[in-house]
Ligand binder design. Structure first.
Ligand code: NAD
Ligand code: DAU
Length: 343
């Protein structure tokens, strides 16, 4: 499907990936309109979209996706929905699962109802590889579109519920949907509760960096703009009702290795590494087999981790005001609760 000429509702567009996606679309497509519906939770930040706030193609509505009245109004005149809005941090889902079920599962169902009612041309659902659970440290094993749902955290379970609802609305109501399940993103505008920006900003503050357990957990790191491109491809080239798994470009890089790479880029030694209590239900390894997306969509990540980390460190160095404003107030309360007196 063609994106130019469409009106696109982006939910959660003030968050990390949603804001990168809006900037990506506005740069690439001259003739499209974007409406950003976001509740502005602690993770939503309109500063991310400062460069486009006066762009006539872009508008922002503050609202909650769990509110059928708001969603019903916003859906009028929309052609395509790209659904990012979610509670996204696993550690917070351990502290407060209910909020995750409400936004991620119920919120998705509210959006789906409105999308059916307003005969939306496409509903694209942005989901995660965490719905598939955890892999052992065996290079041969990867998640793909046929992997079983085996979520291990309330976050992952709430996202798995949303994936199933999207599928059901395709089968039952004929809503034209596509889905993507993606690995760990990193890059500009990521909230510093997540691993990579937490490590970088702590080091910029000359603070220790917390490693859960032994640091042997493996993630499949994906540069955020490569994810945005993957979503664009799924919308423009994907088959209706299909799921596409989008992975990063490297295998078997554990958390300790990621920290050491960042320490090297920032010219710091390993004394900053602090081992802390492990996350309950901590998934050991994620890895995605993207071959379906490669074959059907032409998806291919372009940025390797070393290059992406260099760019990410540079971004956080160049945008100290952005993260310093975010790391105040409620963030400090959360940090203390999660990490105690780690420093
Ligand atoms: P984020 O936490 O940075 O942003 C989430 C956004 O959703 C925020 O702007 C927040 O204000 C908004 N939001 C939360 N609850 C809302 C509600 N009830 N109504 C309206 N808006 C609400 O998240 P992110 O990292 O950008 O992730 C975006 C999406 O991508 C999520 O669905 C997540 O599950 C998925 N995903 C993330 C990753 C990753 O590595 N970050 C990987 C794969 C998939
Ligand atoms: O795989 C996709 C998922 O990636 C997304 O669906 C989630 O929204 C996103 O938050 C991310 O989940 P993770 O739990 O993998 O990301 P996080 O950045 O929280 O942690 C990455 C790894 O680093 C994980 O093994 C836990 C570890 N970690 C994390 C933090 C915050 C630490 O060792 N120390 C920390 O302080």
């Amino acid at each position: 499907m063609e994106l130019n000429g469409q009106t696109v509702l982006v939910t959660g567009g003030a968050g990390f990936i949603g804001s990168n996606f809006i900037l990506y679309l506005l740069e690439k497509y001259k003739n499209l309109k974007i409406i950003n519906l976001d509740k502005l939770t602690y993770a939503g930040n309109l500063e991310n979209l400062k460069t486009v706030e006066d762009d006539p193609r872009y508008s922002f509505i503050k609202g909650d996706i769990t509110d059928p009245a708001v969603v019903g109004q916003v859906m009028v005149g929309i052609d395509i929905v790209v659904h990012f809005a979610a509670e996204s941090h696993v550690d917070r889902s351990v502290m407060n699962p209910a909020e995750f079920v409400m936004t991620n599962t119920v919120g998705t169902q509210v959006l789906l109802d409105a999308a059916v009612k307003h005969k939306i041309k496409r509903f694209h659902h942005v989901s995660t590889d965490e719905v598939f659970g955890s892999l052992p440290l065996d290079l041969k094993l990867k998640f793909n579109e046929d992997s079983h749902l085996k979520p291990n955290s309330p976050y992952a379970a709430s996202k798995a519920g949303s994936d199933l609802l999207v599928r059901a609305y395709y089968k039952t109501f004929g809503l034209p949907v596509t889905l993507t399940n993606t690995s760990n993103n990193y890059g500009p505008y990521q909230f510093p509760e997540k691993f990579i920006p937490l490590v970088i900003t702590n080091l910029l503050e000359d603070k220790k960096v917390p490693v859960y357990g032994q640091g042997i957990n493996v993630r499949d790191w994906l540069w955020v703009k490569d994810h945005c491109r993957g979503i664009e491809l799924a919308i423009t080239k994907g088959r209706l009702g299909e799921t596409y798994c989008l992975g990063g470009s490297e295998d078997m890089i554990n958390n300790l290795v990621v920290i050491k790479k960042i320490l090297k880029i920032m010219g710091k030694d390993e004394s900053y590494i602090t081992y802390v209590k492990d996350r309950p239900g901590h998934d050991l390894r994620y890895a995605i087999d993207s071959s379906k997306a490669e074959k059907e969509l032409g998806y291919r990540p372009t940025i390797k981790l070393d290059e992406g980390l260099e760019m990410t460190v540079k971004w956080y160095k160049d945008n100290q005001g952005w993260w310093q404003r975010v790391k105040t107030g409620k963030y400090q309360t959360y940090y203390k609760k999660q990490y105690g007196d780690m420093g």
